[in-house]
Write a protein that binds this ligand. Structure first.
Ligand SMILES: C[S@@+](CC[C@H](N)C(=O)[O-])C[C@H]1O[C@@H](n2cnc3c(N)ncnc32)[C@H](O)[C@@H]1O
Length: 213
């Protein structure tokens, strides 16, 4: 498993049936079964070709009935699960999967590659409460990890944009990510081509981000 996958795995709690939506390689489902964190795993992907990699990796578990494989667009053909992971996809795709699901699991863990604000809003509107929402760094990149369970939640505009735990804890990865963003904006602002409203908006953005440092 890569460092990113290990960090995601660390946030998955023990469950009965675990479903990895868009599992591709299937490493997380295998780790869940190997560690005994889940009793059964469903490996699922919209692409039969991608899913075949996971099927190969989990063959002994599939043969023993501890894992089930299904080609599915999101949750469409996925049976009951109490914990599900959707990782490594864009935020719009994750929201589309959540919004088109007939039944959603009790707990959901999301690792969007972009549009995290949209994902937070969509998850809360779908009836989830945020349990953990923080950025981590892996192989030089920053990733948001959002852990949810069914319940009521209300997010402030700031929480939607940055993630609740990032704001409250101002962790190392979050501060580093913002510092890089601020540095890039400051460099960009020095470009003589950047003028007027664009420049003013960038200055406002820098001021907003600096509040979290
Ligand atoms: C970049 S891979 C991420 C794999 C793994 N989840 C990870 O985080 O390393 C994205 C996977 O999601 C699958 N996928 C994309 N849209 C999907 C959808 N609507 N339903 C199920 N799988 C989907 C793709 O086929 C691909 O295998």
């Amino acid at each position: 498993m890569t460092d990113r996958l290990n960090k995601i795995f660390a946030r998955l709690s023990p469950c009965g049936v675990f479903a990895d939506i868009g599992c591709d390689h299937g490493y997380i489902a295998k780790a869940m079964l190997d560690s005994g964190k889940c009793e059964k795993a469903i490996i699922s992907d919209i692409s039969a070709k991608c899913l075949s990699k996971a099927e190969e990796l989990l063959r002994p578990y599939i043969e023993s009935g501890k894992a089930e494989s299904v080609v599915s667009d999101g949750f469409n053909k996925v049976g009951y699960c109490d914990l599900s992971l959707i990782a490594g996809m864009g935020g719009e795709e994750i929201c589309s999967i959540i919004n088109s699901a007939k039944i959603l699991p009790e707990r959901l863990v999301l690792q969007p590659m972009k549009n995290c604000a949209h994902v937070r809003l969509c998850a809360v509107n779908a009836g989830y409460k945020i349990v953990y929402d923080s950025v981590f760094k892996s192989a030089g990149k920053f990733y948001d990890l959002i852990v949810l369970k069914k319940g009521l939640d209300t997010l402030t505009q700031e929480e939607i944009e940055f993630g609740r735990d990032n704001i409250n804890e101002k962790g190392k990865a979050f501060v580093e990510m913002l510092s890089i963003r601020i540095k890039r904006l400051k460099e960009y602002i020095l470009n003589p081509k950047v003028k007027g409203e664009t420049k003013e908006n960038m200055i406002k953005e820098i001021e907003k981000l600096e509040k979290y440092l």
